[in-house]
Design a protein around this ligand. Sequence first.
Ligand code: P6P
Length: 334
Amino acid sequence: MLPESHVVTISRFLVDQERSHPDATGNFTDLLTDIALAAKIIGREVNKAGLVDILGRVGAENVHGEEQQKLDVFANEVIYKAMDHTGLLACMASEESEGFMAIPDKFPAGDYVLLFDPLDGSSNIDVNVSIGTIFSIHDKISEGERGTLEDCLQAGSQQVAAGYILYGSSTMLVYTTGAGVHGFTLDPSIGEFILSHPDMRIPDPPVKVYSVNEAYYDRWSRGQKNLVNHLKTEAGFGSRYIGSMVADVHRTLLTGGLFMYPSDALNPRGKLRLLYEAAPLGMILEQAGGRASHGSGPLLDVVPEELHQRTPVYIGSAELVDMAEGYLRSDSEI
Ligand code: P6P
């Protein structure tokens, strides 16, 4: 007997969502479908990374006679090649590519802009820790037929959609179009993403967990130090830190809590990137009822000045992000 919930693939879910937008062209449905395809291909390689490494020791080349690629370079190429010919995108930008990525002249261009981190946390692959792909989608705003850098440098509040794929104990795709957050789990036996987490909401009250790399404690501002000292003493919080942003933020979405990557004396803008890490994950958490801040205001309000711009990140339960801003405000009041 099937459970009450029905078997809904991401394709079926996208078509149903499209039906609720009478003016929809189907282009967004096609775009997410292509992203899901790229995710399956990347996940297949990520899930056999150890084996590939062993195979790689037999010869410096893979079975196709190609130079063994690093997985993040592979993931970057998979996404680019899955998207470049579709006629859906005006341009792309990637963590792996210095400049913005034009659509080849031989292919038609479209009206969406895709920003992505193809494989965030790839240093964790060798120790079998969960890693992720992050994507951010904007509308093209420039006048010309094909996209420009201007189309990539939009505030997070302008995103039309955002999402991530988490390659963990299972492969999950989580996305929002500004109408709630929906999670899909890959059933590898049939190669389909199945709706497993409809309308995700960050729990309230949250579990008492904060997530930050405390190795940098001595480089933090006084306010940052006071915040973490408060959380771990009076507030009785526990600490969880995976060191893979998608995994840390996904846990925060599911349990509540506070994920932080602060600025510090050596990194005045922090480490994480605004366009294709903080802004998309920030949209997801805000759509789920949480908050995203750069420490002194809404993260999604920041208008980027360059593609790989870094930003401090405070993402999670609204009350905890508010608390963080309160402690950090004391830094500017000194
Ligand atoms: P640190 C992974 O390298 C990454 O880009 C994010 O996924 C993660 O949140 C962060 O860096 C971890 O950085 O300095 O704590 O090792």
